[in-house]
Design a protein around this ligand. Structure first.
Ligand code: NAD
Length: 482
């Protein structure tokens, strides 16, 4: 019998585990809000954690897999958060990520509690059929123990997982509970033809784009970060992690906003080209080879970590936690640091970066796009109907009437392109993007408001935590728990 997994050592940064780092950030916000200690403990505690170990027979050999699902908060239900498929997953990491989900949902006004899951596995090692078998077993364990349900605990994809894995999870759940009319809502991030929603796969990267667009609308914030005028199109950026979040963020920032991608840092090294890197070409190269090595139109650098330190305007960290630590923070030259990943800058590294004048767009704000669109997918599943189905043609007809009225009163004819634009009723993707854009702008507005009202709050992360913790504290106080 082969043990596919053994207990994973909990990594620390400056002696603090990931979940301790999250707690330190929350403590800062709680001090600003003067939260009473019992309530502080209630909010911070991880409410429950399930660990499962289960055997799966693969090519005649039994392997034992280990996974977790942590529920940080159930003050709103369902508890929501992705499932990470990676060899280094451990319970502390899952609990830290579950806590981050609680605060992220509160900040973005997504009415969910926080949860997260992890399965210790190297997905690339397995054939598709075997992987499906492993994911189905994992799902059955989670569901049977009450850690997966459309009303209470809804997973989504995270590192190492995507729509395919989510469709397997949904399928396994539906076979277990065929009488559950809302079974499709047991997981989000599914492919569209399996009950998913248009725009979920791109959502986190799209959210990064909308948040950056909002940042660049505020010239005082841009100036404070020491960035030049002229908006996003004048900025160069480096990205670490070219997976779901990194690829989509890079695609939209270079495609729509004309920013220049000058380096990609991946697991097997980095690519550098200050003239600009072709996002789609690198993406295709990575799909073919599994890494960046061998890509022809950029300089390959074996020591990827070094490239994080190169001169650039924006550094987007979209790989994993603990990437900027006290070990490299002093050498980071980017003016704006974007936490596409969860927890990439440690608590102590942030202090150094702040002293250097860098501005950080924190994870709980900037990567909220995934859970925001998951929320849209979940409500779509509960309504059993795609967004826009009832209104789209009605909107089109109304627009035609407006255009006809406008043209007949003015005696002018609108150009074809304008008529085409006006005649379009909103499709599901239009509504999803509109809802996401609105959420990112609104959260940014709230962050700015807190920073302008309270001089003790001098960074966006603390402001974001203050907003999130305040909303959760209010919820408990209304119930009389404080
Ligand atoms: P992914 O597995 O699709 O991509 C991660 C990429 O990072 C991979 O290409 C991997 O090779 C690379 N990578 C891993 N370790 C690296 C390292 N040390 N240096 C350089 N590159 C490295 O995962 P993802 O879904 O894009 O998630 C990335 C991060 O974003 C995670 O922290 C995740 O929790 C967070 N996040 C994801 C979502 C989502 O919707 N997928 C939402 C919110 C936050």
């Amino acid at each position: 019998m082969e043990h596919a997994v053994n207990a994973v050592e909990v990594p620390t940064a400056n002696g603090h585990s990931f979940s301790e780092n999250v707690d330190r950030l929350v403590d800062k916000a709680m001090a600003v809000l003067n939260i009473d200690p019992a309530l502080a403990e209630t909010i911070k505690a991880c409410q429950s954690v399930l660990q499962v170990r289960f055997p799966v027979k693969i090519h005649g050999e039994v392997e034992i897999f280990t996974g977790w699902r942590a529920i940080h908060s159930e003050h709103m239900l369902p508890s929501k958060g992705g499932i990470r498929f990676a060899t280094f997953v451990n319970q502390d990491e899952v609990e830290a990520l579950a806590a981050l989900m609680t605060y992220k949902c509160a900040l973005a006004d997504v009415p969910f509690g926080g949860a997260k899951g992890g399965l210790v596995i190297e997905p690339a090692k397995y054939e598709e059929d075997d992987l499906r078998k492993i994911v189905s077993h994992f799902t059955r364990h989670l569901a049977a123990k009450g850690f997966m349900h459309p009303a209470t605990n809804v997973p989504a994809p995270d590192m190492g997982a995507g729509p395919r894995e989510m469709s397997w999870m949904a399928d396994a759940y539906r076979h277990l509970y065929p009488e559950d009319i809302n079974a499709q809502a047991c997981v989000t991030g599914k492919p569209v033809d399996h009950g998913g929603i248009e725009g979920r796969t791109e959502a986190t990267g799209r959210g990064v784009q909308y948040a950056l667009q909002e940042f660049f609308r505020h010239t005082d914030d841009v100036r404070k970060a020491g960035l030049g005028e002229g908006g996003l199109s004048r900025q160069s950026f480096v990205i670490q992690g070219f997976g779901n979040v990194g690829y989509h963020a890079a695609k939209f920032l270079t495609g729509d906003d004309k920013a220049t991608l000058i380096a990609i840092v991946e697991r097997d090294g980095a690519l550098v080209n200050t003239e600009g890197i072709d996002v789609e070409k690198v993406h295709q190269h990575m799909l073919g080879t599994g890494g960046v090595h061998g890509y022809p139109d950029a300089t390959y650098v074996e020591n990827g970590a070094q490239v994080l330190e190169m001169e650039c305007d924006i550094l987007i960290l979209a790989a994993m936690e603990n990437q900027i630590t006290t070990g490299n923070a002093e050498r980071i030259r980017a003016r704006l640091i974007v936490e596409g990943a969860n927890g990439p800058v440690t608590f102590d590294a942030e202090t150094i970066l702040k002293k250097q004048g860098a501005v950080i767009l924190p994870d709980l704000y900037i990567n909220a796009g995934g859970v925001v669109v998951s929320y849209f997918e979940w409500t779509k599943n509960l309504s059993h109907m795609r967004y826009g189905r009832m209104q789209r043609r009605h909107q089109e007809t109304q627009s035609r009437h407006y255009v006809t009225a406008l043209e007949s009163t003015t005696g002018q004819t609108l150009p074809d392109w304008m008529r085409d634009e006006l005649f379009q009723g909103a499709r599901e993707i239009d509504l999803v993007r509109s809802g996401l854009d609105d959420t990112m702008r609104e959260a940014y507005r709230q962050i700015r408001e807190v920073m302008s009202e309270d001089p003790d709050v001098d960074d966006m992360r603390t402001a974001a935590y203050v907003i999130a913790v305040n909303k959760i504290a209010r919820w408990y106080r209304t119930l009389g728990i404080s």
